[in-house]
Design a protein around this ligand. Structure first.
Ligand code: TYD
Length: 136
């Protein structure tokens, strides 16, 4: 798994004068069955989230409101995405270190995940992640 497996996913948008609607179907708009949804909100200005990688977990990350930056790192290369569109998601494959910052006021980061929460699936130490990513 590498940075080239991560990508922006355009989601359906049903435009309507009453307000727009976007939907996401597991296995259709995301390449996995959705087992869990979580979201970050009330993030104070200047805060950083993430700073970890996952061994198996696959995720789709969406700025459903506001904006934030996501730095991805596969142990060799780094790439930064700016998410600010509720009908565009960032697919993150396993073995990618991610750091989130620059949250705008009132922003909401929603994450669709392929598995339930499991602390054993995390790398929280960058040097361990880097070493393991090189061994794959
Ligand atoms: P963490 O994944 O480190 O947050 P982030 O990457 O968004 O900064 O999780 C923060 C805390 O919340 C940690 O104690 C684990 C807990 N947590 C759950 O209990 N369930 C979940 O689904 C998630 C994502 C986190």
């Amino acid at each position: 798994m590498s940075l080239s497996d991560c990508r922006i996913v355009d989601l359906p948008k049903i435009s309507d004068p009453r307000g727009n609607l976007t939907f996401i179907e597991g296995g259709v708009h995301v390449p996995f069955d959705i087992e869990r949804i979580y979201y970050l909100y009330d993030v104070p200005g200047g805060a950083e989230r993430g700073a970890h990688a996952h061994k198996q977990l696959r995720q789709l990350m969406i700025a459903v409101s506001g904006s934030f930056s996501v730095r991805l790192d596969d142990g060799r290369e780094k790439k930064t995405y700016f998410l600010n569109n509720p009908h565009r998601g960032l697919y993150i494959c396993p073995m990618i270190w991610r750091e989130l910052d620059d949250f705008s006021s009132g922003s909401v980061c929603m994450v669709l995940a392929s598995n339930r929460y499991d602390e054993a699936d995390y790398y929280r130490d960058y040097s361990t992640f880097r070493q393991e990513s090189g061994n794959r």
